[in-house]
Write a protein that binds this ligand. Structure first.
Ligand code: UDP
Length: 493
């Protein structure tokens, strides 16, 4: 049974930067998927990037090594960058819970939401500055003048003034945003803008996310990518999917589940040993029942409770479908202090549902001790799902959407943020215009459950779209053009 633990108000603790080791991946293995012509194109770009980055390191800095889209995309990007001979590395800042409370506030504001409504005054700025000053000291000692620093998200913006003094080129990439600014986004930007005046380039997932003070010549639009060979996305056959889901407790067919092996990201064998922590009234969903699932961090913007409510009220019992809401174990994502509260709210909502609805809805927390094991569990769920939901109220990109599309799944998602760049409504997925409209979301899910032929047609088109736009070669090519501009602008200044 899933239980939310007590809240942790940790003592202020500062430790050094963590380096995340990423195994290089040879991009040749993409050739079988993208074909010879696209591989050639990519090799030319890679050769040019190698030459121009010779002797320079690209140092990425973010605030968590696991959990969430940024950690996921850095794994993919660095693996392929290193595979083409670019010296790319990844460091994670280390900050205390008080810092993450402030940065989560900013994160919510940049999504256009009020969040916890807490202050962002001089006191918060002092906490934010001090935590980053300590990390910046560490960072400066390992960065060379010729390196390029790529800072990710509001958690790292305050590093800019410190690193600037080293003369190193700085790119700041923001993975969050809202298409239309509102009073909350203004407030979020007001806090971090002073740190960003001097960055050499900004990267946003969508142009609309950039605030008006970002000069157009410094603005680059780069969507993320997925790695089709990672543990999260690699092919799993039907029997592996079934064995994983049965073992972790997310599906049942009446037989005794046994452990299952898989291939880790680095190619070594792995074994699913841990069970998922599940809240459900009875047995897990039968293997032959249609499954609707959403995998997301426990974050208010993902509206897990809305998915539940919509499913309970508007998805016909006659479909026999079950819903799995799946997120990481609540202490598994270092920079996400709201997870426990969001999960608690979902549990309370679940408890208030009629018994019949509760028996079809399963809340699951995936243990994060072993990131490959966690990834293969999400992979199996996405592959097993009849419909994948992403009912976000706001979304930077939504890697979960590309992941599901890659797996030939029909996705029902809100028409918000980067989701719109992935799904063409009615062709590569289904978009619901109003993210708050529970009836429309439920109806869209229902339609796909009722029309398996349409769902599978959409799934095929979705796969083709993910292959065309969201694999690692595309991502690296977009970065290569950015780096070229960066050097040109430095030369000009
Ligand atoms: N994810 C996961 N375990 C979970 C839920 C989500 O590994 O229990 C992954 C998901 O597969 C995706 C990432 O977390 O790779 C979420 O990225 P996305 O861009 O969708 O959203 P973000 O968390 O960055 O807001």
């Amino acid at each position: 049974m899933l239980r939310a633990g007590s809240s942790t108000v940790g003592s202020v603790r500062m430790t050094r930067l963590e380096t995340v080791h990423v195994e290089a991946l040879v991009p040749e293995r993409l050739e079988a998927l993208i074909g010879a012509e696209r591989t050639d194109e990519f090799e030319k770009t890679a050769a040019a990037a190698r030459e121009f980055l010779a002797g320079r390191r690209v140092v990425n800095v973010n605030s968590t090594a696991t959990g969430g889209g940024v950690a996921e995309l850095l794994q993919t990007l660095l693996a392929y960058a290193r595979g083409v001979g670019i010296d790319a590395s990844w460091m994670v800042i280390s900050c205390h819970p008080g810092f993450f409370e402030i940065t989560k506030r900013i994160h919510n504001l940049l999504y256009g939401a009020a969040g916890d409504g807490g202050p962002l005054g001089p006191e918060q700025r002092a906490v934010y500055d001090e935590a980053l000053r300590i990390n910046a000291d560490d960072l400066r000692s390992v960065i060379g003048r010729d390196d390029i620093v790529l800072l990710h998200d509001p958690q790292t913006a305050g590093l800019v003034p410190h690193l600037r003094r080293s003369g190193v080129p700085i790119v700041w990439r923001c993975h969050v945003g809202r298409d239309e600014p509102n009073e909350h986004t203004e407030r979020g930007w007001e806090f971090i803008r002073p740190y960003l005046e001097d960055v050499d380039a900004f990267v946003f997932t969508r142009a609309a996310f950039a605030p008006p003070w970002v000069r157009p010549e410094r603005l680059h639009v780069i969507p993320p990518s997925i790695d089709p060979f990672s543990t999260k996305n690699m092919d799993l056959d039907r029997s592996q999917v079934r064995a994983i889901l049965e073992y972790v407790g997310l599906a049942a067919d009446g037989t005794e589940p046994s452990g299952v092996t898989f291939t880790r990201r680095d190619g070594s064998p792995g074994r699913v040993d841990r069970r998922v922590d599940i809240l459900q009234t009875g047995p897990p969903p039968p293997l032959d029942a249609p499954l609707v699932m959403q995998a997301s961090r426990w974050d208010p913007m993902k509206d897990m409770a809305g998915v539940m409510e919509s499913f309970a009220r508007y998805v016909d019992v006659s479909t026999d479908a079950h819903l799995a809401l799946v997120g990481p174990a609540v202490h598994g994502v270092a920079d996400d202090p709201e997870a426990e509260q969001v999960l608690d709210e979902c549990i309370n909502r679940w408890r208030s549902l009629p018994a019949a609805a509760r028996s079809r809805i399963h809340l699951a927390c995936v243990p994060m001790h072993d990131p490959d094991e966690a990834a293969v569990i999400v992979n199996a769920l996405q592959r097993h799902a009849t419909v994948v939901a992403q009912k976000s109220l706001a979304e930077g990109f939504g890697l979960t959407v590309s992941e599901a599309m890659w797996k030939h799944r029909a996705v029902v998602a809100s028409r918000v943020g980067g989701i719109v760049d992935q799904i063409t409504h009615g062709q590569t997925g289904v978009l619901v215009d109003d993210a708050e409209d529970l009836a429309a979301f439920g109806a869209a899910v229902n339609d796909l459950l009722d029309e398996p032929a349409r769902a599978s047609q959409i799934g095929e088109a979705a796969h083709a779209r993910a292959k065309e736009e969201f694999l690692g070669d595309r991502h690296l090519e977009r970065y290569a053009s950015l780096f070229a501009t960066l050097d040109a602008s430095r030369g000009a200044s």
